[in-house]
Design a protein around this ligand. Structure first.
Ligand SMILES: [Mg+2]
Ligand SMILES: [Zn+2]
Length: 207
């Protein structure tokens, strides 16, 4: 069995995009909106060099909502892979959840449903673990959302919440959510040191 690093896509490998129509940060929906997070390619390169299998796990409810076509999702993923490869980074597998529990007016009814793969559910991780003979107990889940942490916990992985929040703020945020990651890292460089070298992140203190 192998160890994996499961990793969220939006906000972790690529930057979020400001959607002017709705005034929110959203996933990139077309190739031109894709901007890899600095350091993400190097992180994937190093984490794979250390012997980890990398699985991107991402919720893409735009498919259910009818705001994102599968072809566009593939095009975004392809562009992200191209940018990460500039620094020698790649993933081994990418799994996405196309569902949304609804209601999704004008959406695609095939994908509007309660599923077992939309994070915080753990279906994406469990399915990949089965398909690739992954040992979940020695694997990690990294994400910038509490749904990522919850999915990782449910799958039995160690979990890392990525956040640039000061530690006192992060603690408050975590208290509200009731979801406890095993570790909080400021960025992927810290996550790499933790996973590869066992170096516990220095938590930020209020200055
Ligand atoms: Mg995210
Ligand atoms: Zn799903």
């Amino acid at each position: 069995m192998k160890s994996a690093v499961f990793i969220d896509r939006d906000g972790v490998l690529n930057r979020m995009v400001f959607d002017e129509t709705h005034g929110i940060l959203d996933s990139p929906r077309r190739r031109g909106q894709v901007e890899a997070v600095p350091g993400a390619g190097a992180f994937l390169r190093e984490i794979r060099a250390a012997g980890n299998f990398v699985v991107v796990v991402t919720n893409q409810p735009g498919i259910a909502k009818g705001t994102l076509k599968i072809a566009s999702l593939n095009s975004v993923n392809k562009e992200l892979a191209r940018q990460l490869a500039v620094d020698g980074g790649q993933w081994d597998e990418l799994r996405f959840c196309p569902h949304h529990p609804g209601p999704c007016p004008g959406g695609n009814p095939i994908f509007v449903k309660t599923c077992a793969c939309r994070k915080p559910a753990s279906g994406l991780l469990l399915d990949a673990a089965r398909d690739f003979d992954i040992d979940l107990a020695t694997s990690w889940m990294i994400g910038d959302g509490l749904v990522d942490v919850a999915a990782g916990r449910r799958a039995g992985c160690r979990t890392i919440l990525l956040t640039a929040l000061k530690w006192s703020m992060a603690e408050r945020f975590l208290d509200c959510a009731g979801g406890e990651p095993d570790f909080v890292c400021r960025n992927l460089a810290e996550a790499l040191k933790l996973i590869r070298d066992g170096e516990t992140p220095a938590r930020q203190r209020e200055s």
